[in-house]
Design a protein around this ligand. Structure first.
Ligand SMILES: [Zn+2]
Ligand SMILES: [Zn+2]
Length: 356
């Protein structure tokens, strides 16, 4: 093995460069992973967040093979196929002791280095001990990468308290929205309504479990919702688009006693104005979930292994490292793309075909 590797380095949303850099060295309690697949995350399109932190190696949704390990590592071996989470809780701080792992005071202290859209990355001991999963034989690398983003989804579904038969409206049918649409029935949802401006995405939503769709560019949202739901608004509304306006619209579409879940972060400004009377008298609950903890990621992996969820249908593009920028631009423009997976060592490293 040479001692340098290639990695996709983010400068801004229009400038991603493939650069040569050293393969990371590992400590006695760490492992080195050969990155086979790395998902590009919708969160990486948030230029307001990432540009000030640039340049940096992209990626935090990795699956790969352990190629080297320190002498103190007992739990894993060279050759293991693994998924590893990028943010991992400490398990002992005050939020952790309350079970609020994604609020851990040390969540971002330990990092996958230098990022996962490089050919190799280092896994620190905390990640290795608290949130590294062996990928089952029947799960491809590409599927395993969704443990992080759909881990955020399952984490969200666990805090929204869907009751059996509830009507769930999901605003936004991108990759994350489709995750909510696809997995809400596993939490008991009855009707699942997808709302999006793109008919292409709405058609995809139907194949992923939506029973109904609403396209606000051609349909009156509240009217159609009441039509679908016997005159009522939705029991649960999940907003997966980072928009204050859609937070507000979502708030207005929740039935009395229902739930509004915020499944995507907005920019810090403008502020969100809520009708306080409606909030009080409807007894609506508002929930949010940031990131995925070790419970969430392992639950997604178990559902993948059981064949209970279908991640492959959401993977629309697979690219080699050199095509990271064009793949990223395609995601910025949205259009007919959902999840894009980068293969830093080439597409032929995958264990099975990843499109249906
Ligand atoms: Zn992500
Ligand atoms: Zn903690």
């Amino acid at each position: 093995m040479t001692d340098t590797m290639q990695a996709a380095v983010y400068y801004n949303n229009h400038d991603i460069r493939i650069e040569e850099m050293p393969i990371p060295e590992i400590g006695p309690d760490e492992v080195l992973v050969k990155t086979i697949a790395s998902g590009i995350c919708g969160g990486e399109l948030m230029e307001w967040y990432h540009a000030p932190r640039a340049p940096k190696v992209m990626g935090h949704e990795p699956a790969g093979i352990i190629v080297d390990k320190g002498p103190q590592v007992k739990k894993f071996n060279v050759g293991d196929r693994i998924f590893v989470n990028h943010y991992v809780s400490c398990g002992t701080c005050r939020p952790c002791l309350r079970g609020r792992f994604t609020q851990c005071e040390h969540l971002k202290e330990s990092k996958l280095f230098p990022g996962t859209t490089g050919q190799y990355f280092r896994v620190p001991s905390r990640q290795l001990n608290r949130d590294t999963l062996i990928i089952p034989d029947n799960v491809s690398f590409a599927e395993a990468t969704v443990c992080e983003p759909w881990g955020c989804v399952v984490g969200g579904l666990k805090v929204t308290e869907i009751l059996p038969g509830d009507t769930v409206l999901v605003i936004g049918a991108g990759f994350m929205g489709l995750g909510f649409i696809h997995m809400a029935p596993l939490f008991g949802a009855g009707k699942v309504i997808a709302m999006d401006l793109s008919d292409w995405r709405l058609n995809k939503a139907k194949t992923m479990g939506a029973t109904h769709t609403i396209n606000p560019s051609t349909e009156k949202v509240e009217e159609k919702l009441r039509d679908i739901n016997g005159g009522y608004l939705a029991d649960v509304v999940i907003v997966t688009v980072p928009s204050v306006n859609l937070y507000s619209q979502g708030h207005s579409l929740v039935e009395k006693g229902g739930f509004l879940h915020l499944g995507a972060p907005t920019m810090p400004e403008p502020l969100w104005q809520i009708n306080p009377q409606r909030q009080y008298f409807t007894e609506m609950k508002i929930s949010a979930k940031y990131s995925a903890d070790h419970n969430d990621t392992s639950q997604i992996m178990k559902w993948l292994a059981a064949g209970r969820i279908d991640a492959l249908s959401t993977i629309t593009h697979r690219v080699e490292l050199k095509d990271t920028l064009s793949a990223f631009m395609m995601m910025v423009e949205a259009g007919e793309s959902l999840k894009t997976i980068v293969y830093p060592h080439g597409l032929d490293q995958e264990i099975k075909p990843v499109s249906k």
